[in-house]
Ligand binder design. Structure first.
Ligand code: GDD
Ligand code: MN
Length: 236
């Protein structure tokens, strides 16, 4: 079986009206087999309406969930469950603000035939971060080192939100154990996948800071991230 035969891209969105109508066609044109599932948390800017417009053109390949809660992690988990119901063979997690380049998708699809989880890494040879302030980069470095140490992960980019999972990985991970509601779901999923014996591989990506809209990360979210890493480490 080919893991690339039915890939579903789970795209969490909160106030991405300016980006969503551009990124959806960009993603879909990378590969005819790709479907996209937007998980929107009732964005006040009406991102969902923009998705519905695009759905008219690509009806069968664009799916939308409007969720009542908030948080990137919880939205992604909901999307994963829905993608499994659709029958996905592999599932992407990706940002909707063009920080993750849709042109990278085919490279992930090639790798997924060989490994259980493909990780888009900013910290391996060929990967980098562009146009982001030095402070945010330093914080990102510190966070990554801390996660690697605490969770015993051997990869370089534990917090990246651009990855591709074989569906078996998502089916096997016990989602009831997951404690993350927000961005810390990124390292937590890698931790749970390694615990279950799945193989991970990093491929380089260039992360470009968003040019439209605002980042949803803030100090409160950063502190919650930090504390959640400890909760993951000491969870059963
Ligand atoms: N549904 C939903 N609900 N989506 C959300 C929410 C939410 O509460 N918060 C953020 N998102 C979506 C955004 O709309 C975007 O598509 C994606 O999640 C990333 O959010 P950003 O706010 O742009 O995050 P960032 O650029 O600061 O963080 C990036 O770097 C981190 C590591 O440095 C992301 O790639 C993260 O995934 C990554 O962990
Ligand atoms: Mn972003």
């Amino acid at each position: 079986m080919s893991y690339a035969s039915f890939p579903v891209v789970v795209l969490p969105t909160y106030n991405e009206k300016e980006n969503i109508s551009h990124i959806l066609p960009e993603i879909l044109k990378q590969d005819k087999r790709i479907h996209v599932l937007v998980v929107d948390d009732h964005s006040p800017d009406k991102t969902a309406d923009a998705v519905k417009k695009i759905q008219k053109k690509y009806s069968k390949r664009v799916h939308l969930i409007s969720r009542k809660g908030r948080g990137r992690g919880a939205a992604v988990l909901k999307g994963f469950k829905e993608a499994l119901k659709l029958g996905a063979t592999s599932i992407f997690e990706m940002d909707a603000d063009f920080s993750h380049n849709p042109k990278d998708l085919p490279r992930f699809l090639k790798e997924i035939e060989k490994v259980d989880v493909v990780i888009g890494s900013r910290f391996v040879k060929g990967g980098k971060i562009e146009q982001r302030g030095w402070l945010r980069n330093v914080l990102s470095d510190i966070l990554n080192e801390m996660i690697r140490l605490l969770l015993g992960l051997k990869i370089h980019d534990t917090s990246t939100g651009f990855r591709l999972f074989r569906s078996d990985v998502i089916k096997k991970i016990n989602t009831k154990k997951i404690v993350s509601k927000n961005y810390s779901l990124c390292p937590e999923l890698l931790y749970r996948a390694t615990q279950s014996g799945f193989s991970l591989k990093e491929i380089p990506i260039v992360f470009v800071n968003r040019y439209a809209g605002k980042s949803k990360a803030n100090l409160h979210i950063a502190i919650d991230y930090f504390l959640t890493i400890f909760r993951i480490r000491f969870s059963k």
